[in-house]
Design a protein around this ligand. Structure first.
Ligand code: TRP
Ligand code: SF4
Length: 327
């Protein structure tokens, strides 16, 4: 039986960090075996907000391909490409934008919240309002059955289904309505104890070198009430312990938990151990990244092949969409 089609997209925003990886990309790596998968680096979506910084976009998208390959996205198993290397995205976006009622867009919760949240850029643009239509075009262009996304993207998925239904109704089209695969987003603590996020500057890049990881872990915040080495601590409020929970063996976690509460382990030693665990986990990613950096033409080739694979599907959809709407 043919595999179901899976489509997902990720915006290039700089080095991939542990939060991005554990929240989304590690799922992609697992899903690529079971689905006919297309993974897009959505550079057009990035342009909706970073249109004033071409150099940043150029560097960020290259970093992202390399990071995706470093953590195990396998170009033999999926199509990995830049959205802008498949111009059919633009055409479907345009066609869908013609029949998407404006109120469907102004009421999308991410639109309102982003407009209020982001003050350092002018997002009062035509393109930014159309962000979810472009996303719908990504999904429908490949007639995706499933879309792995986090909770925050559900309104965009719902809108995609509404657009698909409207198109199908107006033109007797046959876009399938995509279903989400909801990816759990474990709250990954950043180095300062807040949620890991680029905007807080508290991230750990997944391809960091052993030295970089050690430095970052050693400066992490622990239980602030622990002043002396033998003060009892509370692992529940310590981000270092948050990492032990993710990367250390279960039995070791309980030992550290108990030792911390009794003041029998120092934070420095605890951090050293944490860093060692993290270094072991991330070492293959770091090494893969170094190898890819040394072989730029391989990366170019992956992108070229990925776009070729994606375009075979995209062109078919566009041909039929053009036909249906009377172009
Ligand atoms: N909006 C998504 C995000 O910010 C990225 C995205 C663009 C996407 N196109 C997509 C996700 C298609 C899934 C499917 O995470
Ligand atoms: Fe955190 Fe470890 Fe220090 Fe306890 S001993 S507060 S778990 S770093």
């Amino acid at each position: 039986m043919a595999k179901k089609r899976l489509l997902s997209g990720i915006q290039p925003t700089g080095k991939m960090h542990l939060g991005n990886y554990l929240g989304a990309v590690s799922n992609w790596v697992n899903l690529q075996d079971d689905y006919d998968s297309v993974f897009l680096i959505v550079d057009y979506h990035s342009l909706t907000s970073v249109y004033e910084n071409p150099e940043k976009l150029r560097a960020d998208k290259r970093d992202l391909v390399i990071d995706l390959l470093s953590v195990g996205i396998d170009p033999e198993k999926c199509a990995l490409c830049y959205q802008s290397d498949v111009p059919e995205h633009c055409e479907l976006h345009l066609i869908l934008s013609m029949m998407t009622p404006l109120p469907w867009l102004t009421r999308v919760p991410t639109y309102k919240s982003k407009m209020e949240e982001i003050k350092d850029k002018d997002l009062n643009t035509y393109g930014f309002l159309g962000y979810p239509v472009l996303q719908a075009a990504d999904i429908l262009l490949y007639e995706a059955d499933v879309v792995p996304v986090g909770q925050d993207q559900l309104p965009h998925l719902e809108l995609t289904r509404e657009i698909a239904r409207r198109f199908n109704h107006l033109y007797k089209g046959a876009f399938p309505e995509p279903m989400e695969i909801l990816t759990e987003t474990p709250a990954i603590p950043g180095t300062d104890g807040r949620k890991m996020s680029k905007s807080y500057g508290n991230t750990i890049p997944v391809t960091a070198s052993p030295d970089e990881i050690e430095k970052l872990v050693l400066k992490m915040v622990t239980d602030p009430n622990r002043v002396r080495r033998n003060d009892p601590g509370n692992p529940d409020i310590c981000s270092v312990f948050g990492y032990h929970k993710l990367f250390s063996a279960k039995t070791r976690q309980s030992e550290i938990d108990a030792a911390c509460r009794k003041g029998e382990i120092g934070c420095f030693d605890c951090k050293k151990e944490c860093a060692a665990q993290l270094i072991e986990t991330l070492r293959p990613f770091h090494e893969k990244r170094q190898a890819l950096l040394a072989d730029p033409s391989y990366v170019d080739e992956v992108l070229k092949k990925g776009a070729e694979k994606a375009r075979v599907i995209a062109q078919r959809t566009i041909q039929s969409a053009r036909q249906l709407v009377g172009l």
